[in-house]
Design a protein around this ligand. Structure first.
Ligand code: ADP
Ligand code: ADP
Length: 225
């Protein structure tokens, strides 16, 4: 199956142990929020899964294969960042199609696939605009489309909603849950917000001082009714 498993995953930066031999199983298709104080190792964990940071020790197993030594584009993962990082001089559709261009996919296929992704995030009518001509929430949908165009099995989100105003933040939560249902992929989402985690997560993982302190269904972890 398509579960994602961290096995004794460890990250050291010189003398600093940022992630200390953590174990966790993310069930295929589930939505997990990763919580914990600043500096506890959340981003390092996410970046190791994405392949943006080298693993110091341990394994990252996706669908039965250790992906920890593969290049980011070949892992079956995709990452969306806090600041969206859209290319300012490229149109919305070219931003979404960018990674396919890098892979040498032909222009017609790129356009078709990027169009499908814009449909998925309800941004079709904005295809020709530049990022600066979009609201924060719209830019974020484009960033989502850009991450999803690679057909990832795992979508990694690093505080994706923190730059949005409260109204948009709540709307984007609904959008993320809809995408989880429609795509059936595994979500791993780093957040500072307990409310956000309760609204989104099937499972919560709480990190502290480079370790997993607690993990389980959202309601159990927060002791909610
Ligand atoms: P979080 O995302 O929970 O805030 P991080 O994973 O960013 O935590 O950081 C965990 C620890 O690793 C912190 O002590 C941080 O200072 C350290 N760290 C993170 N990235 C680097 C880096 N590139 N070089 C050195 N230390 C780092
Ligand atoms: P977060 O918001 O996840 O805590 P930070 O703002 O701490 O992230 O880190 C932002 C960037 O700075 C990251 O790329 C991280 O790798 C790097 N970084 C964090 N801590 C250190 C550190 N102690 N030394 C060098 N780079 C670091």
């Amino acid at each position: 199956d398509l579960d994602l498993e961290l096995v004794a995953l460890t990250k050291r930066y010189g003398q600093t142990v940022a992630v200390d031999s953590i174990h966790h199983l993310f069930h295929a298709g589930s939505y997990t929020c990763l919580l914990g104080p600043s500096g506890c190792g959340k981003s390092s964990t996410l970046r190791m899964i994405a392949g943006h940071e080298e693993v110091s020790d341990g394994a990252i197993v996706l669908a039965g294969h250790d992906i920890s030594q593969l290049p980011p584009a070949r892992r079956g993962t995709a990452m969306m960042f806090q600041n969206y990082a859209l290319f300012p001089h490229l149109s919305v559709i070219d931003n979404v199609a960018f990674s396919l261009k890098m892979k040498g996919v032909d222009r017609d296929t790129r356009r078709r696939k990027a169009g499908e992704m814009l449909d998925l995030v309800h941004m079709t009518e904005f295809a020709g605009r530049l990022p600066a001509q979009l609201s924060g929430g719209q830019q974020q949908r484009v960033a989502l489309a850009r991450a999803l165009i690679t057909d990832p099995q795992v979508l990694l989100l690093d505080e994706p909603l923190s730059a949005l105003d409260p109204f948009l933040r709540i709307r984007m939560r609904g959008e993320l849950k809809r995408l989880q249902r429609e795509l059936g992929i595994t979500f791993v989402h780093v957040t500072h917000g307990q409310d956000e985690a309760l609204a989104l997560a099937d499972e919560i993982v709480v990190m502290n001082k480079a370790r997993i302190e607690q993990a389980g269904p959202a309601r159990e972890v927060f002791n909610a009714p």
